[in-house]
Design a protein around this ligand. Structure first.
Ligand SMILES: Nc1ncnc2c1ncn2[C@@H]1O[C@H](COP(=O)(O)OP(=O)(O)OP(=O)(O)O)[C@@H](O)[C@H]1O
Ligand SMILES: [Mg+2]
Length: 275
């Protein structure tokens, strides 16, 4: 009798711990985002302050023009970042809606631009036109941030980072690949990388990132909740590719059937007028 009760309570305990873990993962993701954006913002402010000082010190036109140019460029970047943070704040829930992944990738890269430059990581994009994906933009951005930071950390001396976006119409899926040309993952470690708290990093790096071992387990949870797929291919010394597949927003649009004439001619959203 007592044994059964114990078993029940340990099962309940597991459930409780799982819930707490999910909560902790959400906070880690949010923390990562806050630290990335704050860092970026601070860097931009430093640029603005320094060029404003330069312009005050040197009153010749050439120096002042240069200072204004730099201040304007930095402010524009700051505006882009606030816009993208506001976009994230709007989709803070878990709702999914048709989402432009190209835009989401561009917004995410704005956040990491400085960090990638600092570590000499050259980001290459191969973004084909794809239909909108049915996702929670905020969550997919978290996944992307995790994958991009992992890729950067796998190339401590810099290198190439490739982001590919493609359409798989036969499966009604959009495919997103993040490929690095870094350390790679040994075959015996590969089965563990999606486990919570599995990490080979000694702790946060100079940018304060990495080392909790929650990044990929969060990615997997998010992708599974979207009924998508996440796959990894890796070769030691050559690099690693993570491939995501996410459902498109309008599955049927990929293979249009012969539609009634009125709908083919009609402007979307308008009722055809009978003459
Ligand atoms: N692109 C990659 N190249 C090489 N190893 C990788 C890559 N991505 C993940 N790994 C390995 O998988 C482990 C788990 O990654 P994960 O993102 O879950 O945790 P982490 O980066 O160590 O810490 P954090 O929770 O802060 O992200 C890493 O410690 C690393 O060993
Ligand atoms: Mg990570």
């Amino acid at each position: 009798m007592g044994g059964v009760q114990n078993e029940l309570s340990s099962q309940q305990q597991i459930e409780l711990l799982k819930e707490q873990l999910a909560q902790a993962q959400k906070l880690t993701a949010l923390g990562e985002l806050v630290s990335t954006t704050t860092h970026e913002f601070n860097n931009i402010l430093m640029t603005i302050i320094n060029y404003a000082k330069l312009g005050m010190r040197h009153r010749d036109n050439a120096t002042r023009e240069k200072a204004f140019d730099k201040i304007l460029a930095a402010s524009n970047r700051a505006a882009k970042i606030t816009n993208s943070v506001l976009g994230m704040a709007r989709s803070r829930g878990t709702d999914r809606e048709p989402t432009d992944l190209t835009k989401l990738i561009e917004n995410t890269l704005v956040l990491l631009e400085r960090e990638m430059n600092k570590y000499r990581v050259r980001v290459e994009k191969l973004l084909k036109p794809v239909p909108e994906a049915m996702v929670n933009g905020n969550q997919i951005q978290q996944v992307l941030l995790n994958l991009l930071i992992n890729a950067r950390q796998a190339m401590p001396n810099g290198g190439r980072l490739l982001i590919k976006l493609d359409h798989r119409p036969e499966e009604n899926m959009v495919e997103l690949v993040v490929r690095d040309y870094g350390s790679g993952i040994p075959a015996e470690k590969l089965p563990h990388i999606f486990e919570s708290f599995y990490t080979t990093k000694k702790g946060p790096d100079a940018s304060g990132k990495g080392g909790t071992g929650l990044g990929l387990s969060m990615c997997r949870d998010i992708i599974e909740a979207h009924r998508g797929r996440i796959r990894v291919d890796s070769t030691v010394g050559k690099g690693t590719a993570f491939t995501l597949r996410l459902p498109t927003a309008t599955p049927k649009a990929a293979t249009p059937a012969i539609a009634p004439a009125a709908i083919q001619i009609g402007i979307p959203g308008q009722t055809p007028v009978n003459s």
